[in-house]
Design a protein around this ligand. Structure first.
Ligand code: SF4
Length: 64
């Protein structure tokens, strides 16, 4: 699985961080998402998919 994010569209809602804290973080200054792991391992796939579904701005893209 490969993860990409469109930072410009991120509204800093933090749903991704709650769902998959090993894959996503947020910048302290403005809450914009930081991708920690572009190719998360198998054990993180479900949480990463959840994060993509929960993101209100739909800026998390997954290539499986
Ligand atoms: S859930 Fe989406 S909008 Fe919210 S911080 Fe994560 S990437 Fe940004």
């Amino acid at each position: 699985m490969r993860v990409s994010i469109d930072e410009d569209g991120c509204v800093g809602a933090g749903q991704c961080v709650l769902a998959a804290p090993d894959v996503f973080d947020q910048r302290d200054e403005d809450g914009v998402v930081v991708l920690l792991d572009e190719e998360p391992g198998e054990h993180l796939h479900e949480a990463t998919r959840e994060a993509a579904l929960l993101c209100p701005a739909l800026v998390i893209h997954l290539a499986e």
